[in-house]
Write a protein that binds this ligand. Structure first.
Ligand code: FS2
Ligand code: SF4
Length: 548
């Protein structure tokens, strides 16, 4: 195996013996083979699309293949093997689609090679062997590690976009051109010769497309559940039976809320599901009582203590402890061998039964509430006041401190940064990194809370919209605003967001806690020169550099 796609990769260079995340070498190799075959699917699908022929099953498959290989989503060899077999079938369908389209157009189909024709191995062990030969390390031997790193920058960004597209899709929001984007990039990555400049251009282009992806998911979430509204979210337990929902999928939570109505079970969010508490279409359920716990990396302790059932709707799942393996469930693309998987019918009865069999909270915990729901609609509704505060010198600077959380000790930087931000500055936050400070008290500036939680990582779209609106009001661009972005990254959704911000020309971003292993030094230098992208240093030094 060789995997370096996330921030916790071994030694900061790559997991080679076993994933720090718990991914086995077998699963890693199977994932690499699946991605390789998915490129073959896209080679045909991209060409068919140029001739006007599309097949939704083909489109959806590639998106799911990408999403399923994101960090902390799928650890199950059997499910990976099944997807690889399906890749062979889908590739046949895509090939036929292309050849039929050529026939109709009176063209001779191109003879494609590589991933388009690679035979799908018949046994799991052969699949594992084949996967090992198409991993990033093998790619580095062919292309050199700088070029391979850039190919992976594009691929990992696509994985993030695919996750967002999948979330939008389950809510009934799809855009044909976005499937076209995924196929076009996968086809590009299936090529044989690359240049650094060409790859950097492709990465920026992926960032551009990802803005449309985030826009689609924003439209899906707000279209189905309404705009998040300022909400006091309870973050402690309430007496009674309980189910904890983690991951990122609003629809799964909605369906579970429907199926538990009137059953005397309280539903809690965990990790990136916290923003769900602010959507009118979800908070209307009285038994959605609050959030329990914090970010994903604390789940093994928090799930063990939680007195009910747990539902994982997407990443980030960690190896369940035996103490709760029987009461943790997966659904959608997330899977852990031994944890019961709820299939596409979304019958959550096993989760409900497990919750009823568990003790639940025997009494109310000490009440504690935090503010959530400051996505673009809410923040823009007070834009006039915010602008006045800036003009009056009462609000000096905005800090976007957001991104993923993780287990490394260096991540205390983000807590220290947030608590060191002067009182005349506002913090905008999103994604699970906010758990580093979102239960602290930050007060307000003339009624505007100093900590504004915009939502999940995808709500970076909301933050961008807010920034663009402010830039417009101040007749400047994003870089002309008193705004600094302090980003924490962990997995591949952070990669596509970073590419989008770079595409928008956002400069002076600070990223940490460490730099991606796949962005090699010469490439980082280019990003530094062009965008002044920089690694986080110390809170004192970074704050001084920003505020002067
Ligand atoms: Fe946090 Fe994990 Fe949201 Fe990432 S819950 S690191 O998937 O996408 O952010
Ligand atoms: Fe290692 Fe991260 Fe890959 Fe897991 S996802 S194997 S921790 S690099």
């Amino acid at each position: 195996m060789f995997c370096y796609q996330c921030e916790q990769t071994a030694k900061g260079t790559g997991c080679t013996a076993f994933g720090v995340c718990g991914k086995s070498p077998e699963v890693a190799d199977l994932q690499d083979l699946l991605i390789y075959l998915a490129k073959g699917v896209s080679m045909y699908a991209h060409r068919a699309r140029q001739l006007g022929a599309v097949d939704r099953n083909v489109d959806v498959f590639v998106v799911e293949a990408l999403f399923t290989t994101i960090t902390n989503v799928n650890f199950d060899e059997a499910r990976m093997e099944a997807m690889i077999r399906k890749a062979g079938e889908v590739r046949e369908a895509a090939k036929k689609l292309y050849e039929d389209a050529c026939r109709k157009a009176g063209k001779t189909p191109e003879t494609l090679g590589g991933p388009a024709v690679f035979p799908v191995p018949s046994s799991r062990s052969e699949m594992i062997n084949a996967g090992e030969k198409v991993n990033p390390e093998a790619g580095s031997e062919v292309h050199g590690e700088v070029v391979q790193g850039l190919r992976d920058l594009v691929l990992l960004g696509l994985k993030g976009s695919a996750a967002y597209m999948d979330h939008a899709k389950v809510l009934g929001y799809e855009k044909d051109e976005l499937y076209g984007f995924i196929h076009e990039k996968m086809d590009f990555l299936a090529g044989e010769s690359f240049t650094v400049d060409g790859l950097v251009g492709q990465a920026m282009d992926a960032g551009k497309w990802n803005i449309s992806v985030m826009e689609l998911l924003d439209a899906a979430n707000t279209g189905v559940y309404g705009h998040p509204e300022p909400t006091k979210a309870r973050v402690t337990g309430v007496k009674g039976k309980a189910i904890l929902v983690s991951g990122h999928d609003l629809k799964d939570l909605d369906l579970l809320l429907q199926q538990t109505e009137g059953k005397g079970i309280n539903i809690y969010t965990h990790g990136e599901m916290l923003p769900c508490l602010a959507y009118p279409g979800l908070k209307k359920y009285k038994h959605l009582v609050g959030n329990y716990g914090s970010a994903w990396q604390n789940q093994r302790e928090e799930f063990e203590k939680f007195p009910g059932a747990i539902l994982m709707t997407t990443n980030c799942i960690q190896k369940p402890k035996d103490s709760y393996l029987a009461r943790i469930f997966t659904t959608g693309l997330v899977a852990w061998p031994g944890a019961t998987h709820i299939g596409d019918g979304k019958d959550f009865s096993p989760v409900i039964e497990a919750a009823l069999a568990a003790p639940g909270f025997d009494e109310d915990e000490e009440p504690h509430f935090i503010n959530v729901g400051f996505a673009r609609n809410t923040v823009m509704s007070v834009a006039g006041k915010v602008i006045d505060l800036v003009k009056a010198g009462k609000l000096r600077h905005f800090f976007l401190i957001g991104g993923c959380d993780g287990a490394k000790p260096g991540r205390s930087y983000y807590t220290d940064f947030a608590t060191s931000v002067p009182d005349d500055c506002v913090i905008l936050t999103l994604a699970c990194g906010k758990y580093r400070f979102n239960k602290l008290e930050f007060g307000d500036i003339d009624g505007i809370p100093r900590l504004l939680d915009a939502g999940q990582c995808n709500d970076a779209y909301s933050a961008v919209r807010i920034a663009l609106a402010l830039a417009d009001a101040f007749k400047t661009d994003i870089n002309g605003l008193p705004l600094s972005l302090i980003l924490s990254w962990y997995e591949q959704k952070a990669v596509c967001i970073l590419l989008s911000l770079l595409y928008l020309g956002v400069k002076n971003m600070r990223i940490g806690p460490t730099l991606p292993a796949f962005v090699k030094e010469p490439v980082f230098k280019v990003l530094q020169e062009k965008f002044n992208l920089q690694p986080v240093t110390t809170v004192e030094q970074d704050l001084k550099a920003i505020l002067g």
